[in-house]
Design a protein around this ligand. Structure first.
Ligand code: SAH
Ligand code: SF4
Ligand code: F3S
Length: 441
């Protein structure tokens, strides 16, 4: 392999984004330099996602591009497709030299040594590791907001989902190591922390302290210097009232909960093996709506799960009206390898899934237009994320996870990035707000 240079492209969720930050840290500690294009790199890495077929296909598309002009490079597939496909990737894409799933990233250093020694095919595919992937150096992408993984893997078995296969069984980090990382980040100047896991609220401290998620959340939010704490994703089944209490009593915990429902029909939820009914889900929404603060609530919806009738689908639409989500992600059901739903009957044709997807998205768009318009005139604190040069606006994020772009008297004169400022909302759209800073300078 030529010079120790690498290129890394990341697909998928925030867990993958954060894993990539740790992978970059590991490689840099081994003397590698990151380069901005695959052409310049000796080692080309893809951190992959397999949640839907489309995500998986993207990776093969990338690998295809190296068929002709990638002979002098080592190509590596990391992440969820790596774990799912394992050594089959070598057959499908013979130019690949490294295949490594997320549970084996603590072996990356050794795998790199093997590659440098000339091994043509190296793998890290064990799922039974119980060490967390901790690296002395994590190269974080954002200087103000930092991710912390608190729990890896997933022990649920939702009938449509590959994650238990691609990330293995649930493993919680010790509360000690999470707290130490959070304190270090605060000392380094990070003011926002996002706790990550496929089901953060299944967190269970493996040490005798035995903290649950609500306790950990509260303790992280008490660290001095930490102004905002977010967490994602929560599973409704494990979403206890104690989490709402922790949020209510700690203003540093952001006004936002992402609580994926998937479907508004209890029949579909049962077939999905989601472990809650529509009523149990609504009970949790009621806790949030009757809480001491106003929380924005967002969700994920799957349309066209096998056997989803028109009546089931209408139950999902009725749920959107009832909850009035602040935002949602919606997906057409995508059949995935190894999952139980493959064996279900009544798979729904793509055109019908597409029709239902459009209906969900149009309904939600109308809800968001209405909800966001209701915020005009209010003042919200934003963390400034950067500047939108073309619009001559600063980009801000509110505690309730809205984008609130704004003008400021200082304009481009000094950087406001990383600051917390009050902004008055003056205009709204379906996906964002616009306002002006109310700071007098
Ligand atoms: N752990 C989270 C989900 C993470 S995956 C939870 O349990 O809520 C993110 C989202 O992708 C899911 O909420 C689901 O809406 C969607 N998704 C997962 N598998 C899918 C599939 N096979 N087809 C379509 N969407 C899927
Ligand atoms: Fe997938 Fe279900 Fe686990 Fe979420 S809880 S990661 S949807 S198996
Ligand atoms: Fe995708 Fe793996 Fe995340 S499948 S959504 S990258 S856990």
């Amino acid at each position: 392999m030529p010079a120790k240079t690498f290129y890394l492209e990341t697909f998928g969720c925030q867990m993958n984004a954060h894993d990539s930050e740790k992978v970059v840290g590991t490689l840099m500690a081994k003397g590698y330099t990151q380069v901005p294009t695959p052409e310049e790199a000796g080692l080309v890495l893809y951190n992959t996602c397999s949640i839907r077929d489309k995500a998986e296909q993207k990776v093969y598309h990338r690998l295809q591009q190296f068929k002709r002009n990638g002979k002098d490079k080592v190509i590596g597939v990391l992440g969820c497709v790596a774990q799912q496909e394992g050594e089959r990737i070598f057959e499908r894409a013979p130019n690949v030299g490294l295949v490594c799933g997320s549970a084996s990233y603590n072996k990356l250093g050794e795998l790199l040594v093997q590659i440098e020694a000339g091994d043509r095919r190296v793998t890290g595919l064990s799922l039974d590791t119980d060490e967390a992937f901790d690296t002395p150096f994590t190269r974080r992408d954002n200087p103000h907001r930092a991710y912390i993984t608190i729990i890896e893997g997933c022990d649920k078995s939702c009938a449509y989902c590959v994650v238990p296969f691609t990330r293995g069984p649930e493993r919680s980090r010790t509360s000690e190591s999470v707290m130490a990382e959070a304190r270090r980040l605060a000392a380094e100047g990070y003011s926002e922390i996002q706790l990550l896991g496929q089901n953060v609220n299944s967190y269970r401290d493996p040490t005798p302290a035995g903290w649950n998620f609500a306790t950990l959340l509260g303790r992280v939010a008490e660290i001095s210097g930490i102004r905002r704490v977010r967490y994602t994703t929560s599973h409704p089944r494990d979403f206890g009232r104690d989490i709402v209490d922790a949020m209510d009593s700690n203003p540093a915990i952001c006004d936002h909960v992402h609580l994926p429902v998937q479907s508004g029909s209890s029949d579909v939820l049962a077939r999905m093996e989601r472990l809650y009914t529509r009523d149990e889900y609504i009970e949790r929404i009621d806790w949030l709506k009757n809480a001491r603060r106003i929380y924005s609530i967002t969700t994920d919806i799957i349309v066209g799960f096998p056997g989803e009738t028109e009546k089931d689908f209408e139950a999902t639409l009725a749920l959107l009206d009832e909850v009035e989500y602040d935002s949602l992600f919606s997906f057409k059901y995508s059949p995935r390898p190894n999952t139980a739903a493959l064996g279900l009957e009544d798979h729904i044709p793509d055109e019908e899934k597409q029709r239902r997807l459009v209906i969900v998205q149009e309904k939600q768009r109308a809800i968001q237009i209405r909800r966001n318009a209701g915020l005009i005139g209010s003042v919200k604190e934003v963390l400034v994320e950067g500047r939108h040069q073309a619009l001559e606006q600063w980009i801000g994020r509110t505690s309730d996870n809205r984008t609130l772009n704004f003008t400021h008297p200082l304009d481009g004169a000094a950087s406001l990035t990383g600051k917390y400022l009050p902004v008055r909302v003056t205009r709204s759209g379906p996906n964002s707000l616009v306002g002006e800073s109310v700071t007098v300078v």
